[in-house]
Design a protein around this ligand. Structure first.
Ligand SMILES: Nc1ncnc2c1ncn2[C@@H]1O[C@H](COP(=O)(O)OP(=O)(O)O)[C@@H](O)[C@H]1O
Ligand SMILES: O=C(CO)[C@@H](O)[C@H](O)COP(=O)(O)O
Length: 530
């Protein structure tokens, strides 16, 4: 953890409330990182008994996080910063990101509690009873298939919903999650005065009031009209009574939403003038942090794997999502998300490489690109695209097999995942070409051997930023942009450059053939799952 350099005049803070942890970085005007820290839920707050930051319920499809754990983690992170003499008084602007789609249900009366936090107590003790629903449904939840059908039917079908909100109905999208709560926990729903996303919930903690939901994260709800950036009345009507009132307003991601509350001024020594800029979804925040250029595709390898692009002219369809762009009001971003990312890679590492990334990487190096035709599909959790679960292994002849030798298994999980990322990026219209650059981010982008497979499968050079936590960095950059004005591209140029870390080998033929086979296997698995 870096220590704060006391000679810096102005600091900007960027937070990331992600699935497994809360991360923070502090940067100067010149984007020198003077502090970075995190609180990891499973390790630092074992009393909540989370696994990868979540609780998987016995039905295997309901996946939640205790809302108050996020409050306690936030307390802990700030107290660690204070213990290291972090100069809070130098922070002029703060922003942050949250895992997308997760929702928080503030109980009636919570707004008053939020506005009157005493600096003599911690936030957790004062807010632990402020939620009408204790367990927040998060992006990994896939328990709302019925609600999804209802929403699509009500608006005139999946393509109509996609044309309005940027996506057809998805089980993790917040509108469907809200509908489930309004149907199954009606009393709690009626006792809710505000529904926040994880991002706007975190901003609310900072300003001591309900912060509006930003447009980039709101487009992950199946509730916001992507063209007008207003809540879509027909969708609200289906998802819950008085929903407009419970959601409050939405704002563009670049807007300030308030100043830090007196709790932060008195308890930590923040400057009362410190501006809080709208908190956004973690993928939109990464888009800002990585500032991709024309032709770049971002591959984020975090708890989820995501593939995204900056877009100017979207055509929403039946796969992938269109979100509002967090920087330019008139622009968009496209995103495809995969649920089985790092946690699946970790399982394969634990079962085959003694829990060591170094051993895992060694095994990757020992096996040939293409894995002699062996192909694995690992959906430990119900996948998003395709909506299917289970582990499927095929040998070089296309026969289904029960197991692979450890080295083959290690390469199969990485190749299978990256072929899927490429195939689905192509399905939503992305064309890989000679000028394509892949910008990698997220926890697994620290692994050189994994990045080499990414370069080989995408047949494109792979770049990373010096600061691996692109979402938190993007938020610190966004905070500065909102405070100082000017062009975001000027800020992006000054912030950390991308560095080439892997160039593709001569395997384009191998992976085009494997991609064709992957498409066939995936189709078969999808058909079997219906
Ligand atoms: N050297 C490594 N090789 C592969 N994966 C790694 C490595 N180091 C960390 N990770 C993965 O990074 C994941 C966390 O990624 P991160 O982007 O921080 O996730 P999130 O933002 O969702 O909390 C861990 O679950 C771990 O599997
Ligand atoms: O569901 C999505 C995006 O649509 C996920 O990408 C979440 O936003 C979780 O992010 P990480 O914690 O994996 O970064």
């Amino acid at each position: 953890m870096a220590q704060a350099n006391k000679n810096q005049d102005r600091l900007f803070l960027g937070f990331d409330f992600s699935t497994q942890q809360i991360k923070v970085i502090a940067v100067t005007d010149a984007f020198e990182v003077v502090y970075d820290g995190h609180v990891q839920f499973d390790v630092d707050l074992p009393e909540f008994k989370t696994n990868g930051g979540v609780h998987i319920h016995p039905d295997h499809v309901t996946i939640t996080t205790p809302t108050k754990m996020w409050v306690k983690a936030f307390d802990l992170l700030l107290s660690r910063m204070k213990a290291s003499d972090f100069p809070f008084h130098k922070v002029v602007a703060v922003s942050g990101a949250g895992q997308q789609h997760g929702s928080v249900y503030w109980k009636k009366g919570a707004r008053i509690q939020l506005a009157n936090l005493s600096p003599d107590q911690n936030m957790f003790d004062q807010l632990k009873d402020s939620f009408s629903v204790d367990d927040s449904p998060v992006w990994m939840d896939s328990s709302t298939a019925d609600q999804c059908l209802k929403l699509e039917k009500a608006v005139g079908g999946p393509q109509v919903l996609a044309s309005i909100t940027g996506s057809r109905s998805y089980v993790r999208f917040t509108g469907n999650q809200i509908m489930k709560i309004s149907e199954t926990k009606r009393e709690a729903y009626d006792n809710t005065e505000r529904i926040s996303l994880v991002s706007s919930f975190a901003a609310s903690l900072f300003i001591g009031d309900y912060a509006p939901i930003d447009h980039s994260d709101a487009t992950g709800m199946n509730l916001l009209d992507i063209w007008t950036r207003e809540w879509a009345p027909k969708c609200l009507e289906v998802c819950g009574p008085n929903l407009a009132e419970k959601l409050g307003p939405s704002v563009h991601s670049t807007k300030p939403v308030g100043k830090v509350s007196s709790y932060f001024v008195k308890k930590y020594g923040f400057n009362p003038e410190c501006v809080v800029v709208a908190f956004v979804g973690d993928n939109p925040a990464s888009l800002a942090g990585l500032a991709p250029e024309q032709g770049d595709v971002v591959v984020s390898l975090g708890t989820s794997d995501t593939v995204f692009l900056w877009l100017t002219k979207p055509t929403p369809g039946l796969s992938g999502h269109i979100f509002a762009n967090p920087i330019n009001q008139d622009d968009f971003m496209s995103l495809t998300c995969f649920k089985n990312g790092s946690l699946t890679r970790e399982r394969i590492r634990d079962e085959n490489s003694e829990g060591s990334w170094d051993k895992f990487s060694e095994m990757l190096k020992k096996t040939p690109p293409g894995n002699n035709g062996a192909l694995g599909i690992y959906f430990d959790q119900m996948e998003i695209q395709p909506f299917a679960e289970g582990v499927y292994r095929f040998d070089g002849e296309g026969n289904k097999v029960d197991s692979f030798p450890p080295e083959v298994e290690v390469r199969a999980v990485i190749e299978g995942q990256f072929i899927a990322r490429k195939v689905h990026a192509e399905n939503v219209g992305f064309q890989l070409g000679p000028n394509t650059r892949v910008i990698a981010t997220g926890g697994a982008s620290n692994n050189q051997e994994i990045l080499q497979v990414l370069a080989d499968v995408f047949n494109s050079p792979v770049y990373v930023k010096e600061v691996p936590n692109s979402a938190a960095l993007g938020c610190a950059m966004r905070a500065k942009h909102t405070l100082d004005g000017g062009k975001f591209s000027d800020i992006a140029q000054k912030a950390h450059p991308s560095v080439l870390v892997a160039s593709p080998g001569p395997y384009s033929q191998v992976y085009s053939q494997l991609s064709v086979r992957y498409r066939e296997f995936e189709k078969m698995i999808e058909t079997q799952s219906q």
